[in-house]
Design a protein around this ligand. Structure first.
Ligand SMILES: NC(=O)c1ccc[n+]([C@@H]2O[C@H](COP(=O)([O-])OP(=O)(O)OC[C@H]3O[C@@H](n4cnc5c(N)ncnc54)[C@H](O)[C@@H]3O)[C@@H](O)[C@H]2O)c1
Length: 359
């Protein structure tokens, strides 16, 4: 049995609370938010203590794992702040906004012998797991094209509900926030990215960052990729999807949370293919999908068996690097080759006039 605590009692905390209460080997023992009403509202129904200072919570409670559910631009600071307290750490996506923060987090956790898990719950979707298995079995042959689409609806009221949303310093745009799952899935499926060219636009809401973006990728395998992401779909969410095309097969997973197989075609039909087509059509209750439970169960398994989690710091850094490269391309108007050092990317740094090159 592992004792969990939450830092941050906002929107996503409800998912963590409901999922933790459904896992036998997990017990939520305390929560913390700097806004006392939020901490109290989360703790009240569970009859557990709440705090407004996580140092206090860590001092008083017996905690094995802390889930950091604070605004994205604070993840780095909060991980570095608690890494010395002997707990394992789960951090919501994106793990950080700058690569410097991500590197500091990875290094500090390694040095302290702490496991760092980044929430990428879509990797656990049944359809996605079948796709990854087919890729690992080589069923696609030579990869040709991988694409992801995020066509969701987030209006001005969504961005206005909290100050950090839609800012460079704390959030990033659709590519960093909503589409970071899909960017992660694309890289996980298609392999290492060699270069990216991107454009973004802010079309329907008044925010610092983009509500719409498109990126063209070249993978080191020679295959191409496309990322299409917008929160300016109206009047409601349309889809979150991925397509992988190879010389011997095509798969498309759609639904609004990458949950539903739309196409599963291979030149040689496998005995499980028909079953996969029918089983992988679950519709989750919200865009967060079903994956948080499987993700947190995997966290527990990984801690208990002292093995690496599916998405540790190094794995979580990959999509962050690509997202930074996308913004670098937007700012420079050029194709950006990975590995690179962000010089113009505004993510995690605030508006351009406050921006400083990192080198
Ligand atoms: N995996 C997913 O699908 C998914 C979905 C939604 C959000 N998220 C991620 O979760 C994070 C939080 O998002 P949200 O929508 O819940 O935001 P939110 O603003 O609703 O909640 C964040 C909470 O953190 C609290 N907080 C800030 N500083 C704190 C501190 N020092 N100590 C304790 N609490 C502090 C805030 O008061 C707030 O209540 C973001 O990084 C977001 O990208 C992930």
């Amino acid at each position: 049995m592992l004792n969990f605590a939450l830092v941050g009692c906002g929107r996503i905390s409800r998912k963590h609370i409901s999922v933790l209460s459904s896992i036998e080997q997990a017990r939520l023992v305390a929560v913390c938010d700097i806004i006392e009403q939020r901490a109290a509202a989360a703790a009240g129904p569970l009859g557990i203590p709440y705090y407004t200072d996580y140092h206090e919570m860590l001092k008083r409670e017996k905690i094995d794992v802390v889930n950091i559910l604070t605004p994205s631009g604070l993840h780095g600071r909060h991980v570095l702040d608690i890494v010395g307290s002997g707990v394992q750490i789960v951090v919501e996506k994106p793990m950080a906004l700058t690569l410097e923060d991500a590197d500091r987090m990875i290094e500090a956790c390694d040095r302290a012998g702490v496991k760092l898990f980044v929430v990428k719950q879509n990797r656990y979707n049944l359809a996605v797991r079948e796709l990854k298995k087919a890729l690992d079995q080589g069923r696609f042959g030579k990869l040709v094209l991988g694409t992801v689409r995020v066509r969701w609806c987030r209006d001005q009221a969504y961005y206005d509900q909290d100050e950090w949303r839609g800012t460079w310093a704390m959030d990033g745009g659709v590519l960093t926030n909503q589409a970071s799952h899909h960017v992660d899935l694309l890289e996980w499926c298609m392999g290492e990215v060699e270069s990216v060219f991107a454009r973004t636009a802010t079309r329907l809401v008044d925010i610092e960052v983009e509500d719409t973006g498109a990126a063209l990728l070249k993978f080191t395998s020679g295959a191409l990729g496309i990322i299409e992401a917008t929160t300016a779909t109206r009047p409601r969410d349309l889809e979150g999807s991925i397509s992988i095309l190879g010389e011997r097969g095509s798969v498309e997973i759609a639904g609004f949370a990458v949950n539903e197989i739309r196409t599963w075609n291979f030149d040689r039909e496998d005995e499980r293919d028909e079953e996969i087509r029918t089983r992988c059509s679950q519709s989750p209750p919200d865009v967060y999908g079903f994956g948080h439970k499987l993700f947190l169960e995997d966290v527990i398994r990984s801690i208990d068996s002292n093995t690496r989690g599916l998405v540790d710091g190094l794995e979580g850094r990959k999509s962050l690097e690509l997202i930074n490269a996308i913004y670098e391309s937007v700012e420079t108007g050029r194709e950006v080759k990975l590995k690179f050092r962000p010089a113009m990317c505004r993510l995690g740094r605030g508006p351009l006039n406050q921006n400083k090159a990192t080198s």
